[in-house]
Ligand binder design. Structure first.
Ligand code: DC
Length: 225
């Protein structure tokens, strides 16, 4: 099986790029952030403290997460309910970042993610795919961009849903999440030693998708030699 790990900070375009590259290559796209977001959402709705390991210890046994693929699109089911849209709010993003810092939560999601790559050719995006989840991934990419470029992209997306959102708020949010995701002691956001680092700051979506596909194809061709 072929596995492509795409890690990097929030807003670098990982999910859109990974989805389009997977479509072009005929692989399954797995968005692992959706799993942390679903746990964060459940914890929020349950009134739990997302940073409290004891709270999460009580919650995890009553959570059932499933990933489904409908016409190539990943849908995430939380206790049977499709929460693919509900997990995209800024509150769910912060809750996801909080719960993702807990070893208990990362451990809980480990097998679910690994199993996806056992029986499918996958492009999996996240923060620790190349370093922890799939250390033997066929191709490892670390996709990054400046915080300002990432904030501007996210701001344009959010503006359509919420006209009162400001660029400064989004930039602050990105900086806070970067700090939290990179500074945590467990599975911090960092490139794997053998990752190819790609920067999307000065590239549009099409250019970044092409670059990712080219990187995958080049790596695969070296393996055939
Ligand atoms: O990729 P995303 O923005 O949907 O991720 C939401 C949060 O989950 C993010 O703050 C970091 C965390 N995350 C993680 O720690 N490990 C992953 N493999 C994916 C996401």
């Amino acid at each position: 099986m072929i596995s492509v790990a795409i890690d990097g900070p929030s807003g670098a375009g990982k999910s859109t790029v990974a989805r389009r590259a997977a479509e072009a290559l005929g692989y399954i796209y797995v968005d692992t952030g959706a799993l942390y977001r679903s746990i964060g959402l459940f914890a929020l709705l349950a009134g739990a403290d997302c940073k409290n390991e004891d709270h999460l210890r009580k919650i995890l046994p009553i959570i059932k997460l499933e990933l489904k693929f409908v016409e190539g699109e990943q849908r995430v089911l939380l206790n049977g309910k499709d929460v693919s849209e509900d997990i995209r709010t800024p509150e769910a993003s912060m809750a996801a970042s909080d719960v993702s810092a807990l070893p208990l939560v990362r451990e809980y999601l480990l097998d679910l993610q690994r199993n996806m790559a056992l029986s499918n050719n996958v492009i999996m995006d996240g923060r620790d795919i190349g370093t922890v989840i799939l250390p033997e991934a066929t191709v490892k990419i670390f996709l990054t961009a400046s915080a300002e470029a990432r904030a501007m992209r996210r701001y344009s997306e959010l503006l359509a849903k919420n006209p009162s959102v400001t660029y400064e708020e989004v930039l602050n949010d990105i900086n806070r999440r970067d700090e939290q995701d990179s500074g945590r002691s467990i599975a911090p956001l960092k490139p794997a030693k053998d990752a190819v680092i790609l920067d999307s700051t000065m590239r549009n979506l099409d250019e970044t998708v092409s670059l990712v596909i080219r990187t995958v194809c080049e790596k695969l061709s070296t393996l055939k030699e």
